[in-house]
Design a protein around this ligand. Structure first.
Ligand code: DC
Length: 222
């Protein structure tokens, strides 16, 4: 079984993906991590983030192992990492170079320890439209920009990062704009995606709503 959950940053995709992955024994693929890895490698090596040729080379050389190694860097999840990821992900050649790596995971999904899984859950921007257009169940999860910025701000503060709500909000607006207006694979719901607005939901409610929808879909597929 393949489930895709797309939507903007801090909409609640990761939270629900992890619970569903556990419940249905699915491997979880946070596809934003590969763009973060490419972007962060460029930042750390002092490469100009508008250099498309260099970005393509970093993307072509990206592996799961490198991505996991970069994921422990403090800027991997910071605004610096998020903005860098958003910039490189707007480059068509970079997306093309990272396409197969993402699609192959659905053919042979494995857990972090390498054991085979019964399917996969993808979290991203274009996983229901481009990466896995034939997914069994697709969601597009969103929330108001202000709510998402507040969630992200609280996460950053909890991690001890020095930032302000206003800065997080401005970065989120810039990132949403770039992610939804880029020419290739812009962030948008698949035609057959179920739309969920989590603005007024806490995590437990969101998990409950999505789980019921998955059960409904599964009863129709079976
Ligand atoms: O989900 P995230 O915040 O970790 O994603 C970081 C950036 O990566 C996001 O701003 C856009 C890009 N991205 C993408 O273009 N396509 C995906 N499937 C996932 C992420």
């Amino acid at each position: 079984m393949i489930i895709t959950i797309d939507g903007p940053a801090a909409a609640g995709k990761g939270t629900v993906s992890k619970v569903l992955a556990e419940r249905y024994r699915l491997a979880y693929f946070d596809t934003g991590m590969i763009y973060r890895a490419v972007g962060l490698e460029m930042v750390l090596s002092g490469t100009d983030l508008t250099d498309e040729k260099a970005a393509l080379k970093f993307a072509q050389d990206m592996t799961f192992e490198k991505m996991m190694a970069l994921s422990v860097h403090p800027d991997f999840r910071s605004d610096i990492g998020g903005q860098a990821a958003s910039k490189v992900s707007a480059m068509p050649d970079v997306r093309q170079a990272l396409l197969k790596m993402q699609q192959n995971f659905a053919l042979n999904p494995v857990f972090a320890d390498g054991t085979p899984a019964e399917g996969a859950i993808y979290d991203g921007r274009d996983t229901g439209t481009v990466i896995c257009p034939h997914a069994d169940i697709k969601f597009f999860v969103t929330a108001s920009t202000e709510v998402r910025a507040m969630r992200r701000f609280k996460e950053f503060v909890a991690k001890g990062m020095d930032t302000t709500y206003e800065k997080v909000l401005a970065d989120m607006i810039a990132r949403d704009k770039r992610d939804s207006e880029r020419q290739v694979a812009p962030m948008k719901p698949a035609a057959d995606a179920i739309l969920i607005d989590t603005s007024d939901m806490d995590a437990a409610t969101e998990i409950d709503v999505v789980s019921k929808l998955v059960e409904e879909k599964l009863s129709k597929i079976a």
